[in-house]
Design a protein around this ligand. Structure first.
Ligand code: NAP
Length: 298
């Protein structure tokens, strides 16, 4: 029997429906709504589409839209000033600086202007430190989306052997941390790993974020493993992932399709982070102990 399809569109939609209700309830209780500031520098067409999708999804969820657009020639100081303004603006719960930035701008010091409590992308050094230490904080969206998909299977992560293929700061590393916090036994593989199939065949949970189309085939997968494909590649035949779906589907117990797997989860987790950030900021302002941000046992 083939694997069950882990449908990211369905999981994302049900989380967004619940979030929309939660935001509406919070508004009726407190009179406040979360606000998301997206900052787009330059006119890269792909970035324009991504930012447009994020703004549309957040507005649909009941989140206030604070968009800032700067020209491609904006200086480091100008971008920094915009981020600092947003950091100080109390109606802005979350700030997202769309990457990559135009050549000549250095993202690292700019990201550091975003305070941890507004870092809805979870990528600043402060957020990374909180994640690594298992302290409450906002977590990066794609790795959180993978965890939400695993939760949707109903399979317990504790004690399972999880193999993450890829060690990027955006996906592989934070995902390994999140899996550890769920008490999985975690192995990280990367481009220098010797005998990749030997490693991945030990996985109960295999998450592939290598950015190599079709890297993982039947020979890499243990029977009944859960396989999550983060990779996404545009080919002449359409979008494909890092996993050879047709082969692996025969062996795995659950598998994510591409498209329609991890992709739809990323924006959903951004919206959830924005609401979490908002509640935390409001509760801190009125002196109620802040409800725990996503924490040790996520
Ligand atoms: P990345 O920064 O290029 O990192 C790729 C990682 O995979 C690196 O750690 C690299 O190892 C490792 N790797 C490369 N070739 C390998 C191989 N042959 N065997 C084992 N490991 C290998 O990419 P990323 O940003 O993490 O993204 C990974 C993929 O996910 C991309 O396809 C990207 O488009 C996709 N993505 C999707 C979403 C979504 O929302 N669906 C979000 C983010 C990313 P080294 O460290 O040794 O170089």
């Amino acid at each position: 029997m083939g694997a069950r399809i882990l449908d990211g569109r369905q999981v994302a939609q049900s989380r967004r429906d619940r979030l929309e209700k939660d935001i509406a309830n919070y508004k009726s209780m407190t009179g406040t709504v979360p606000g998301l500031a997206t900052v787009l520098v330059g006119d890269d067409p792909a970035s324009e589409v991504y930012v447009g999708n994020k703004r549309k999804a957040s507005t649909q969820a009941g989140i206030r839209d604070f968009h800032r657009r700067l020209p491609a020639g904006a200086s480091q100081a100008e971008v920094k000033a915009v981020l600092a303004d947003l950091a100080a603006e109390s109606d802005v719960s979350g700030i997202l600086l769309q990457l990559p930035l135009p050549a000549g701008l250095d993202p690292t010091p700019l990201l550091e202007v975003i305070p941890a409590e507004k870092d809805v992308d979870g990528l600043t050094a402060a957020s990374v430190a909180l994640l690594t230490q298992g302290l409450p904080g906002l977590r990066p969206c794609t790795p959180s989306g993978v965890i939400a998909l695993l939760d949707a299977t109903g399979v317990e992560m504790e004690g399972k052997h999880a193999v993450v293929v890829g060690r990027s700061e955006l996906v592989g590393r934070p995902l390994a941390q999140l899996l550890l916090q769920r008490h999985a036994t975690v192995t990280i593989a990367h481009s220098r790993t010797i005998d990749l199939p030997g490693i991945t065949c030990g996985a109960d949970i295999l998450v592939v974020a290598a950015g190599v189309p079709g890297l993982i085939g039947a020979e890499h997968v243990k029977k009944d493993a859960i396989v999550i494909d983060v990779g996404i590649h545009r080919t002449r035949g359409g979008l494909v992932g890092d996993v050879k779906f047709d082969e692996v589907e025969e062996i795995a117990s659950w598998i994510t399709p591409v498209p329609g797997g991890v992709g739809p989860m990323t924006i959903t987790m951004l919206l959830e982070n924005t609401f979490t950030a908002h509640k935390m900021q409001k509760e801190a302002t009125v002196g109620i102990a802040a409800s725990p941000m996503v924490s040790h046992h996520e």
